[in-house]
Design a binder for this molecule. Structure first.
Ligand SMILES: *[C@@H]1O[C@H](CO)[C@@H](O)[C@H](O)[C@H]1NC(C)=O
Ligand SMILES: *[C@@H]1O[C@H](CO)[C@@H](O)[C@H](O)[C@H]1NC(C)=O
Ligand SMILES: *[C@@H]1O[C@H](CO)[C@@H](O)[C@H](O)[C@H]1NC(C)=O
Ligand SMILES: [Fe+2]
Length: 468
């Protein structure tokens, strides 16, 4: 009896553990030209009025979601650093005061970049805010997340490698239709580094105006990609990430990080860890030490969902950038499995791909992934639509670890329902329409199926033993 039960349950486990054949979608469409939208297009319009605030964006300002950092640029003079805010439109009971800075990049001079921490907010509340003065002032709003709670539902959007083309605009508009509450951005923002000299700064500014339509109203959780490095000795600009770091603050001190390039936030029922593919990460580096500590802080009783963001994917089967994430895999993969990360989102490869739960941990240090129930799902969404175009060439045949792949533009949503279930969609941009293409239910790695299965199995076995 016991033997038969053990046999049956191992058959069950094998079925669950082994990967189904993956799918390579042959979908093709008339791609819009991968060119940046001209600067005089209305999507980059400068708001009316003298010194009017522009490039407004918000990000989480603390560890648990009771603060936002509001950032904006004034073009003509420093102006006010104040944010007025409150619970109803036009009636502001509170004021916060921020800081202002400016910088040069080659022969470009930035506007006045304001950053203002608005903290002590209530959870799950809509706030209205206003910045700027008189006729040039501008109004926005945002919604704070629910308090940290294992059963809290929350809808994230995931976007990568966005740029500022017509395809980028389509991705941005589609993500605004899906009712996301915060965006997890997996790196490569403006692609301004494809320009020269003065125009680099100009295209950072246009990108800031471009994403404002979303980023002024919901927090974008930033991670840096290779296009943020901007190491330009020919322009005597050799300090990495200068434009990015001046413009896109992150709440890194709240997670005791020493760098804005890697940090963590908790939001609703999720613990989100942001890593930097382009900062030292090997053993004993600050990023490695920080991640080791941060993973110990993860409390799945409070935040069941553990999500990691990085730019260069660890598992991906596109010819573009193949194996570029391998060095980070070698250092961190065992932690990702040990701490049962639910999902890892990356960008970099300009196509969409999703893996099964796989790892190379039992492969003597070489990368040959096999099914591993403790491993994360790896998802690449570098398909935001930048001017470099799509990465159309996948490796053939499709490797066993790859569940679904398609070389077209789009973005994803992850709708956390409760502590066990999240609904995931990849939304393809289909000639301007949004089409839900790759959909699955993500079962929580800590609270989900396998734990229930283990409990169930133990019950069945206890029963069998009791009845021997
Ligand atoms: C910043 O702005 C001030 C005031 O307009 C100006 O004098 C200064 O040169 C600027 N600094 C940089 C680094 O551009
Ligand atoms: C790993 O190496 C050991 C010792 O050389 C060998 O016995 C084992 O079969 C290898 N395992 C794999 C999965 O290659
Ligand atoms: C969690 O959400 C899933 C999907 O919506 C649902 O089927 C399940 O019943 C929920 N679990 C609980 C305990 O409510
Ligand atoms: Fe990239």
């Amino acid at each position: 009896m016991l033997v038969r039960l053990l046999f049956l349950s191992s058959v069950l486990l094998i079925c669950v553990g082994s990967a189904n054949a993956g799918k390579t979608s042959g979908f093709t469409r008339n791609e819009w030209p991968s060119i940046d939208i001209p600067l005089d297009n209305e999507v980059f319009a400068v708001p009316k009025g003298y010194n009017a605030p522009q490039q407004v964006h918000i990000t989480q300002g603390d560890y648990d979601g009771k603060a936002v950092i509001i950032s904006w640029v004034t073009p003509d003079e420093p102006g006010s650093n104040k944010v007025q805010y409150g619970l109803s439109e036009g009636k502001y009971d509170f004021t916060a005061e921020g800081t202002v800075q400016n910088y040069t990049f080659y022969d470009y001079k930035s506007g006045y970049i304001h950053q203002c921490l608005v903290d002590g907010l209530q959870y799950d509340t809509k706030y209205y805010y206003e910045i700027g003065n008189g006729d040039s002032s501008r109004k926005f709003w945002f919604q704070t997340p629910p308090k940290i709670d294992p059963e809290a539902s929350y809808k994230f959007g995931i976007i990568g490698d966005l740029g500022q083309t017509y395809n980028s605009l389509s991705t941005l508009e589609h993500s605004m239709q899906t009712g996301t509450q915060a965006i997890l951005f997996v790196g490569d923002l403006s692609y301004a580094d494809r320009y020269e000299n003065h125009d680099v700064g100009v295209r950072w500014d246009s990108w800031g105006r471009f994403v404002e339509r979303s980023a002024a109203y919901q927090p974008w959780i930033w991670s840096a990609g290779n296009h943020e490095i901007e190491y330009f000795p020919q322009m005597r600009e050799v300090i990495p990430f200068r434009n990015y770091l001046h413009r896109y603050p992150t709440p890194y001190p709240a997670s005791e990080s020493s760098s804005p390039l890697w940090y963590a936030v908790r939001r609703a029922s999720a613990h989100i860890i942001v890593l930097s593919s382009y900062s030292p990460f090997v053993k004993y580096t600050p990023q490695w030490k920080w991640l080791r500590q941060e993973l110990k802080k993860v409390d799945r009783q409070k935040t069941p969902w553990l999500i990691v963001l990085m730019h260069a994917p660890i598992y991906n089967s596109n010819e573009a950038h193949f194996f570029e994430g391998e060095s980070m895999r070698v250092v961190y993969e065992s932690w990702f499995c040990q701490y049962k990360v639910d999902v890892i989102f990356a960008g970099h490869v300009h196509a969409y791909e999703r893996s099964y739960r796989i790892s190379s941990l039992r492969q003597n240090g070489s990368s040959y992934p096999v099914p591993d129930k403790s491993a994360p799902v790896y998802i690449t969404v570098g398909d935001g639509g930048n001017q470099e175009g799509l990465a159309k060439k996948f490796r053939d045949p499709q490797p066993d670890y790859s569940a679904f792949r398609e070389a077209s533009y789009g973005h994803s949503t992850l709708e956390v329902k409760n502590k066990t279930h999240a609904i995931y969609h990849w939304n393809r941009n289909d000639d301007g329409k949004r089409v839900q293409t790759d959909t699955f239910v993500l079962h929580n790695q800590y609270w989900g199926n396998s734990r229930r299965r283990r409990k169930l199995k133990k019950k069945v076995l206890d029963y069998a033993i009791a009845n021997l």
